[in-house]
Design a protein around this ligand. Structure first.
Ligand SMILES: [Zn+2]
Length: 446
């Protein structure tokens, strides 16, 4: 099966930007040719004249399981701290999830992502009362809608040792099962919640599985002051390496930030979530050149995320440029490309996996490589997405999903949301308090 995307202005890569007018020929799952006047009689066609064609966005940290929480009544007193947000909202919702609500959440998350031009979700899942097989359910739903993904189950001791063991086993089962081997657009990582809900033994087991499998570890680190010292502890557990995906990295001291940069750790920055939870501001300028952007479950509109990250940074640093948010999106694709052994992922190059987005965007000013950053932050948006291609297949055509009926997803999701909310109402506030065990601060480090 071949596909010809004709006549567009093509952003061949984001970092550094490279733009040209060209046709794109896709053969199977990959880009076969880029140039003017391309033709292929048998190809499907997308007319991109007057449009911008860009690499698909990557959401480097999200939680599809939160997709049905929109509008959910809390039913208890409003949280006053980050820990209470977990105890009163997310750690009640995750315990109320069952197989069907996990499936509905994943379908909604994938649908929203693709329609917003996000072609890869790096997901971090928790459902303590439906652990075994949960990653297969998500992989199945994501594949059904047609989105690329990296999946992990978040191991934690907050629901007891048995569930911690079962969670680790779910990561191991998923990475060894044939399901992902036969699913070319999904890859596993090892998930762990956060240092403050992990015993030394459980953290060691997660780090060990990540190292032994080569899949890498995906963990929240330093999201709130209660998780201070997380990077130092991960360092002592020998977990700081280029396969570590650390979400947030807000409450890190200068030595920890230096360690992240030095060891090539990938940091997922989640500006909107950080602001929503009032947890503080990540020291972006100290975290190295592997900062990526995630949404932490607040949809998957990476233009909105990039814009907010830019404004938030400018608020405290008026000379901050626009380039870093666009570079961060490119870094997310590079990271995912490493997991898929696809170094060209996130670029529109001959031989690259064909993950592309067509934007109905006619720039009212000049647009070349030097201007791309400004257009990205102040011009383009998810509302301009018309067509999306993942692994060579058109999964959004004229703003509609091609593989599934969106109305069916909505009906199923609303039914599941009603039942899920009722179960959450019956789920008590979580009583877990942070693990006090911390790696001792080394002399000379603040
Ligand atoms: Zn998160």
């Amino acid at each position: 099966m071949s596909l010809l995307i004709e006549g567009g202005r093509v952003v061949r890569r984001l970092s550094p930007p490279l733009i040209e007018h060209a046709d794109i020929l896709v053969d199977g799952t990959r880009i076969a040719a880029i140039g003017t006047g391309l033709d292929e009689a048998a190809a499907q066609r997308i007319d991109a004249s007057g449009c911008l064609v860009v690499p698909g966005n990557v959401n480097s940290h999200t939680h599809a399981y939160s997709a049905l929480a929109r509008g959910m009544p809390l039913g208890v007193a409003a949280p006053r701290s980050f820990l209470e947000i977990l105890q009163r909202l997310w750690w009640r919702l995750d315990r109320a999830l069952d197989e069907e609500s996990i499936r509905a959440s994943a379908l909604v998350a994938a649908r929203d992502a693709l329609l917003a031009g996000t072609t890869t979700l790096v997901d971090h899942h928790a459902s303590p009362n439906a652990i075994d097989g949960s990653l297969d359910i998500i992989a199945g739903a994501f594949t059904q809608v047609g989105i690329r993904s990296v999946l992990a189950y978040e191991v934690s001791d907050r629901d007891g040792a048995d569930r911690a063991r079962a969670s680790l086993a779910e990561n191991e089962r998923f990475m060894r099962s044939s399901s992902w081997l036969h699913c070319p657009i999904s890859r596993p990582m090892v998930g762990a919640h956060a240092s403050f809900t992990l015993s030394d033994a459980t953290l060691e087991a997660c780090v060990g599985l990540a190292a032994q499998s080569g899949c890498g570890l995906h963990i929240h680190a330093g999201e709130d002051a209660i998780d201070s010292g997380a990077i130092r502890r991960l360092g002592q557990a020998r977990a700081l390496n280029s396969r570590l995906l650390a979400a947030h990295a807000i409450h890190v001291d200068s030595d920890e930030a230096h360690q992240l940069a030095e060891r090539g750790v990938v940091v997922a920055h989640n500006a909107r979530s950080n602001m929503n939870n009032g947890v503080g501001h990540a020291p972006i300028e100290l975290l190295g050149d592997r900062v990526t952007l995630g949404t932490d479950g607040i949809g998957s509109d990476m233009w909105a995320e990039a814009m907010t990250a830019y404004f938030r940074q400018r608020e405290g640093q008026p000379d901050a440029g626009m380039d870093w948010v666009v570079n961060a999106l490119a870094h997310g694709a590079t990271f995912v490309g490493r997991l898929f052994d696809e170094p060209q992922l996130g670029t529109i190059s001959v031989g690259a996996p064909a993950d592309l987005v067509v934007l109905d965007y006619s720039p009212p000013t000049l647009l070349d490589a030097n201007d791309l950053y400004a257009h990205w932050v102040f011009g383009t948006s998810a509302a301009a997405v018309t067509d999306v291609v993942v692994s060579g297949e058109i999964v959004v055509r004229d703003r509609m999903l091609t593989r599934v009926d969106e109305a069916d997803i909505d009906r199923f999701a609303r039914r599941q949301a009603r039942a899920l909310w009722a179960r959450v109402e019956d789920t008590p506030v979580h009583t877990f308090e942070p693990v006090t065990s911390r790696a001792p601060a080394t002399a000379g480090l603040s």
